[in-house]
Design a binder for this molecule. Structure first.
Ligand SMILES: [Zn+2]
Length: 297
């Protein structure tokens, strides 16, 4: 597949993943807001029964209030998970920035920076203005053609703003509750961004070999995990398999999986929106009743 087509499909996949994140966040916020009145009512019942000493037997006949409480607690857990995902992402971005700022820079040309390191490291970092970082020891570990291939690969990460895209996708993954094949769905996006960069490098050099040998070399070195805001030139045996033509991209399975998640989410949204939650016409009075002796219900 031509890398431009692959880039477009990857962008489409990214939009789908982001849409899932946005719909999910809106949905859990909606559930939280809609279940506040029922939960407040239940709390008032409990407090009033304590205050005035009346029987709680009738509370068993109000399943909608219990449903409100259950969904309210669930939405709290979901919102908390999403908030933690957001905070962790910001922290990761900050630690990546600290790492990059700590590098001893030797020179800068355009969007490329050479830094002092004996390692054969090359990566792209930066959320809004990505920069390619090349270790000074790269000449010793790789041939000129391999370096050219790796730079062409990183150039695609810069063009597509991959540090930002992968960071956002990772944040959505962390924020979503667990479901079957969730990890696979997000890992697929990461693989796609790497494959786009690989294909772009292959085309710009009109030769796929330097990239494959560079990837093999990376396999022998220890792999660094992907950090927020950084796209390392890391190795995945899956990518090598695809580049040498031994493996194929499983588009169908991943498209079905992502659309399945999207449809499931939309059905859930429809059910939630159509559900009749308990609505209190005088919620603010109810809330003030929680702190006063005023008895409304
Ligand atoms: Zn890459």
């Amino acid at each position: 597949m031509n890398y431009r087509v692959l880039n477009k499909l990857t962008s489409l996949y990214f939009v789908a993943v982001m849409a899932i994140g946005v719909i999910y966040l809106a949905l859990i916020w909606w559930v939280f807001v809609k279940t506040v009145p029922g939960t407040t009512m239940l709390l008032i019942y409990f407090l009033d029964s304590k205050r005035y000493g009346y029987d709680l037997a009738s509370i068993g006949d109000m399943p909608w209030l219990w449903a409100s409480l259950g969904l309210w607690l669930l939405s709290l857990v979901w919102l908390w998970k999403a908030l933690v995902a957001g905070i962790k992402t910001v922290r990761k971005i900050m630690s990546t920035e600290k790492y990059v700022n700590g590098l001893k820079l030797l020179s800068r040309t355009g969007n490329k920076v050479r830094f002092d390191s004996a390692s054969g490291e090359i990566f792209t970092a930066g959320m809004l203005h990505p920069t390619i970082y090349l270790a000074s020891g790269l000449n010793k570990t790789h041939s000129n053609r391999e370096i050219q291939a790796m730079i062409a690969h990183e150039e695609n990460h810069v063009r597509m703003k991959d540090p930002l895209r992968t960071t956002l996708a990772m944040m959505v993954e962390k924020g979503l509750p667990s479901f079957p094949m969730k990890e696979k769905m997000f890992r697929y996006f990461m693989t796609l961004t790497e494959l786009c960069a690989d294909k772009s490098a292959e085309e710009s050099l009109a030769d796929g070999l330097p990239l494959i040998t560079a990837l093999y070399k990376k396999l022998q070195l220890s792999n660094r995990s992907l950090s927020a805001g950084i796209n390392y030139f890391s190795s995945q045996s899956e990518r090598i398999g695809i580049l040498v033509g031994k493996k194929k991209l499983n588009w169908g399975m991943n498209m079905r999986l992502t659309s399945g998640v999207m449809v499931g989410l939309l059905v859930f949204t429809y059910v939630i929106i159509k559900s009749n939650f308990y609505s209190c016409p005088h919620l603010s009075l109810c809330l003030s009743a929680l702190t006063s002796v005023l008895k409304i219900h």
